[in-house]
Write a protein that binds this ligand. Structure first.
Ligand code: 0X9
Ligand code: ZN
Length: 451
């Protein structure tokens, strides 16, 4: 995407609001032309009308928000308001919120430095401008292409169905010699607008198929059970691109009881569900849903993991911020098992070195409960990582960094994927130094077949 800064109409908060300010004090937002935004009226509107789908998930009442918050405790307090936190830059935290959440943020005493209507961002197509990204149908055929390229290893499977009935299609690399093999699961796109997080696992499947004759790759393909599901939230993803103009949609497409749309799938897992950093407000971008595992997409991940107990490592791709995160995310505590923590840290640091991404415990970013990796580790003992892919910030493209970001981001992420595949037999090896050095890709371009 080419960001045209001229189109950015920032709503600037004129004055910092004192902590505990009453609703009548919620004012002071101006748009780029100097017009005052009547937040009270916006809030009243939200209250008095039964929210319609278009209103709640449309552009007009949603903002890219930048708020002053330093340290993980303040960031966590901010996450508690129902704002999604998508970027941290020094003492300024950014993410999305509607006017209701904006009011809550201000009421909680935070200073909103900037709130930009999402509708004012440059519209982009997906296709044609970002046509290299894969929509749902293209993901299906790309997976078929990858499978067809390596039929001796690859099979397709469906992990389950989305709310709207789309398949959560995956590809498995496994040499069927009747032997049980250590398993690893890669998943992408819990969050609809994080399109690069579909591309990386999808391209990984194609790369493995194309490079299956390399000795190091062959060794992994013959001794591991590799599952890749690039698109866990196909409905939300399709919704995000449906108009040819990105909608900044994060959640799935569940119709909530109050008429709003979507549950945050990365707050819907049954580990600390409903606690800090998740919202009970269905309109919030971090709505945790009516109960843990209320959503068919998270149920599918759960059921798949439960029926594949050989899976020892998991990687959930998200964007953006360039981070390698490990549990806990819902608590400030480090995980209790010192040996496991040691292995987690070594793995995170090693993969940080490979990618240039920053390794850290998830809650160092902010505490948020109900995420995939807390459940995978807490309930199943799976060494689970969350990658926040490229770019580093909203100002470098945020969720929509353009087609030009795909190959470079993928290239950085081959080595960590191979490293984890290798470790799937015994993740604790990470701490002992007995790890095959990750193979170096000969090429980062995938083949001629555009997948
Ligand atoms: O908030 C999330 O779900 C993830 N960030 S994103 O911008 N992709 O939405 C981060 C999850 C990390 N986990 C916790 N902090 N619990
Ligand atoms: Zn995400």
């Amino acid at each position: 995407m080419t960001r045209r800064s001229g189109l950015w109409t920032a709503l600037l908060l004129a004055t910092a609001l004192a902590a505990g300010a009453g609703q009548e004090d919620l004012q002071g937002l101006f748009d780029g032309t100097g017009t005052k935004i009547d937040l009270k009226a916006l809030l009243a509107q939200t209250k008095n009308s039964v929210p319609k789908i278009d209103h709640v998930i449309g552009f007009e009442d949603r903002y890219w928000v930048e708020v002053t918050a330093s340290g993980k405790n303040e960031r966590t307090r901010l996450a508690d308001t129902g704002m999604s936190i998508d970027g941290v830059n020094g003492g300024v935290v950014s993410g999305t919120a509607d006017s209701e959440i904006l009011g809550i943020i201000q009421k909680a005493g935070f200073t909103v430095v900037r709130a930009t209507r999402l509708s004012s961002f440059s519209p982009d197509d997906f296709p044609p401008a970002d046509g290299t990204y894969h929509n749902y149908e293209e993901v299906q055929s790309a997976l078929q292409t990858a499978q067809g390229a390596a039929p001796e290893y690859a099979t397709l499977f469906s992990m389950g169905k989305s709310v709207e009935g789309r398949d959560l299609t995956g590809i498995r690399f496994y040499k069927d010699d009747g032997k049980e093999k250590p398993g690893i699961l890669f998943v992408g796109t819990h969050h609809a607008r994080e399109h690069l997080s579909t591309e990386v696992p999808l391209l990984l499947s194609q790369w493995l198929a194309e490079n299956r004759d390399r000795e190091d790759v062959r060794e992994l393909l013959e001794t591991r059970d590799i599952y890749i599901v690039p698109l866990v939230n196909p409905d939300g993803m399709e919704f995000d691109i449906a108009t040819g103009r990105y909608r900044w949609h994060r959640k799935n497409m569940t119709r909530n009881s109050n008429g709003s749309v979507g549950v945050d799938l990365n707050r819907n897992y049954a580990w600390g569900w409903g606690g800090r950093g998740s919202s009970a407000n269905p309109g919030s971008d971090t709505y945790h849903g009516p109960s843990a595992f209320s959503e068919p997409e998270t149920q599918a991940v759960r059921d798949f993991i439960e029926s594949h107990p050989n899976i020892k490592i998991m990687l959930s791709y998200h964007t953006f911020s360039e981070l390698v995160l490990y549990p806990w995310g819902g608590s400030d505590e480090p995980i209790a098992d010192g040996r496991a923590l040691g292995a987690f840290k070594v793995m995170a640091e090693k993969m940080g070195g490979m990618t240039g991404y920053r390794p850290m415990q998830s809650s160092e970013l902010y505490v948020a409960t109900g995420d995939t990796c807390d459940w995978a580790w807490g309930a199943k003992g799976i060494f689970c990582f969350t990658f926040e892919l490229t770019p580093r910030s909203q100002w470098q493209g945020g969720f929509y960094p353009g087609a030009g970001a795909i190959q470079g981001t993928f290239a950085k992420n081959i080595d960590p994927a191979l490293y984890l595949i290798d470790l799937a037999d015994d993740p604790y090896r990470a701490g002992s130094g007995r790890v095959a050095s990750a193979p170096k890709p000969t090429t980062t371009q995938t083949g001629d077949n555009p997948i």
